[in-house]
Every structure is written in C-alpha cells, then in structure tokens.
Design a binder for this molecule. Structure first.
Ligand code: GLA
Length: 391
C-alpha cells in the first residue's frame, strides 16, 4: 500500500480528512546473539527495509482510534486516552495503546487529546521479524511528533516500547527488538551490549553474498509463556552462580569460568539454558570480530553453532526450523544458517553467496515441501534505517 492509498483509507475510515503526518518503523532480523539480551549479553541485529507504516492525526476529543489495513475485519479499535487498561478485545491494538499508556504512566507525558492512526505493514505476520516492536516504536514516533515530545530520542522510544510490552502486554522481552527497530542504520548491523546499552554500528559488507530469510510459516503455541519460562530459568541459574562467583548477569561470564562453576546449578535444564546464554554471548563477540576482518565463512560457522545451541540447550527451535537449517547447511555456498528471533517457529536467517542463491531457493522449497508439507517463503533482504517520520 502506498502512503497516498493509506491517506485515502484514513479519510474513509475516520471521516476527518487526511492525516497530518506519515511514519515508518522497520522490522528486524538478528544475525547472531539470541536470547542473550535479557542476560546482560551482546546481540547483533539489523533493521530491515520491510516494516510498518502509519498515517496519523490529532483529534479534538479524548478518543484514541486505531485501524489496521492488514486486518480490516477487526475494524476500528477505540478507547479513551485516559485511564487506559489492557483488554483482550483490543487485540493487536494493545501494542499502540500500551505505548500511549507507558508514555503517560512511566514517562510522565501529557496527552491533551486523543489521535487517529491507520497502519499497514509488510512484515509477514508471526514470522519472528518483530512486527510488534515495529508497531510499538512506530506509535512512539507518532506520539512524539503529534504531541511535541521532542525530548524523546529514538533510544527512549525503544525503551518505552519494551516497557509497554513487558508491563502492558505481559511479554518479558529484552531490549533487542525495539532497539534494532528504533536505532537501525542502512547497511549496518548494531553490535549492542545489553548490559549498558553501549553499541556500535558494524557495516555489513557481504561481498558477493546476501542475507536471506526463510519463513517456516509455523508459529507454535505458548510462545510468550515458554519465553518467559526461559527467562526465569536463566534468572534461577544466575542466582546459584552468584553464590560462588561475583557477577551481575550471565553475560559477565566467559566460557571457561562458566564451565568451572556450572555444577553449582543443580537443575540440568537450567544448566543447559545458562550454558547457551554464556556461550552465545561469547560466540557473538567472536562472530563480530570475525566479520570485521571479513571472515564471512567463520561468521557463518558461528551462526550454525548458534542454531545447534538453540535447538539442543535452549530448546527454542522447532522441527520445522530444524528442517530449514539442515536443508540450508546442505547447500554449497550457504555460509551459515540458523533460526532467528524468539523461536518456536518463525524464520531462519542465512548468508548465501550470490551464485548459490538459485540452488538455495530450490533446495529449501523442495525439501521443506517434502518434509513439512508447506511452501516456505524466501526473502532476500536489505538492511535499512531505523524508525522515523517520513512525510
Ligand atoms: C524475542 C525478544 C527479544 C530477544 C529474542 C531472542 O525477539 O523480543 O528481546 O530476547 O526474542 O533473542
């Protein structure tokens, strides 16, 4: 949908002329550093050129009205800007509503009226490419612009998005997704230390190779509860480690120190979770160093290790994504491949040499159809900029 088409729809749906501004917020893919962001570790995501668009306008009364051109059957979701509460009836709109709530209750911002917001996006639904973080940061951009909250930086918008997702939507996510979406930079990945939010942009120069995302088109149930459970398991493992070693987070440990003290974690499952968190963090630091030296093959090999660790130790992969990763590993010229994001379905991310792209697509499509009975979606993606006003 173009912005012009969105404007037309906005007038039709809300009946108050055209919107006053248009905004874009990307999706993200994480190259390496999975389930490390709530363990004080490093991540290496990048913003994509696909994402969520909004057109919006202030109202004169207290109404907040949201409409998604992707799920038209839901119609307009509406509530007052005052005394906001979560409601199952709001469905997807709990994300934007939660951001308005967070801005008021946590950031002390005053809304002197409500607003109308129409969205449309091209992030495939439930694919693990952060459509919810994209929508949260997008809402932050809209509110900042319409209500003159000019003191808010994009990094603030990331924190607001995460706060609302944690406390309004009940998903205890880390900061990676919102940070990547808000702070992304064209052709760069963000090497972020989640312990203190220090970061650097690392140019991605994959000479003769592309980033390819494959959508398994499955999403297993209980994703949020399983995710929250992993967090608890890591917290418990950390508490036990803290009885023998002075650390604030699992990300403070290197592999050797973890191995030395791991036996203090009594539960085997929790030990495996902590093993992943520690090794994945170290692997991410190594992977970025290799990439800076243009050692793409080594970077890809570390991506493969990540998949195995997520599959066996962290248990956030799923049979369908294991099939995708194994098929990718069998293609000569596929440098590395792994499940990306929170897990339990969604997408794999792969680095594929240009000359191997056709073979990659064919092997993945045929193999996945045979083994899983579904046709996967394959996107060769570009790294784009973070969220902002576009018109
Ligand atoms: C989800 C969360 C992120 C991060 C990833 C796993 O995408 O929203 O904060 O924890 O899972 O790396």
């Amino acid at each position: 949908m173009t912005i012009e088409e969105m404007q037309k729809k906005f007038s039709e749906v809300f009946g108050d002329g055209e919107a006053s501004g248009s905004y874009f917020s990307p999706g993200r893919v994480n190259l390496i550093g999975e389930h490390t962001d709530y363990n004080g570790g490093h991540v290496f995501p990048c913003a994509l050129t696909i994402g969520t668009y909004a057109v919006a306008k202030k109202r004169t009364d207290d109404r907040l009205r949201f409409y998604s051109a992707n799920v038209e059957k839901t119609g307009v979701v509406e509530c007052s800007v005052k005394d906001i509460e979560y409601s199952d009836a709001y469905g997807w709109a709990n994300y934007p509503i939660g951001v308005v709530w967070a801005l008021q209750t946590k950031w002390g911002k005053t809304f002197d009226s409500g607003f109308d917001m129409l969205i449309w996006g091209d992030i495939p639904n439930g694919s693990g490419l952060s459509s919810s973080a994209s929508l949260e940061v997008l809402t932050g951009c809209v509110a900042r612009d319409l209500f003159g909250f000019s003191g808010l930086t994009n990094q603030d918008l990331a924190l607001i998005g995460q706060y609302s997702e944690n406390n309004f939507n009940g998903m205890n996510c880390g900061i990676m997704d919102q940070f990547a979406v808000a702070m992304g930079k064209k052709d760069c990945a963000i090497f972020l230390d989640t312990a203190d939010l220090s970061f650097e942009y690392a140019p991605i120069r994959l000479d003769g190779a592309k980033i390819v995302i494959v959508n398994s088109k499955v999403k297993h149930s209980l994703v949020d509860s399983e995710y929250n459970k992993r967090r608890q398991e890591c917290t418990h493992a950390l508490q036990q480690l803290q009885t023998v070693v002075d650390i604030k987070a699992l990300g403070d440990l290197d592999d050797e120190t973890f191995d030395k003290y791991a036996s203090v974690i009594t539960d085997e499952t929790e030990r495996k979770r902590a093993h992943h968190a520690v090794y994945e963090n170290q692997r991410t630091i190594r992977a970025v160093a290799e990439l800076k030296k243009n050692h793409i093959e080594e970077f890809g090999r570390l991506m493969n290790e990540t998949h195995v660790s997520l599959r066996d130790d962290y248990e956030t992969s799923c049979p369908e994504c294991d099939v995708l990763a194994e098929l990718a590993w069998s293609v000569p010229g596929c440098v590395g491949s792994r499940i990306t994001g929170g897990g339990f379905g969604g997408c794999t991310v792969s680095i594929v040499k240009d000359e191997a792209l056709d073979a990659f697509k064919e092997t993945i499509t045929k193999g996945y159809e045979e083994k899983v009975g579904k046709t996967p979606e394959i996107y060769v993606v570009e790294i784009g900029d973070g969220a902002g006003k576009i018109g």
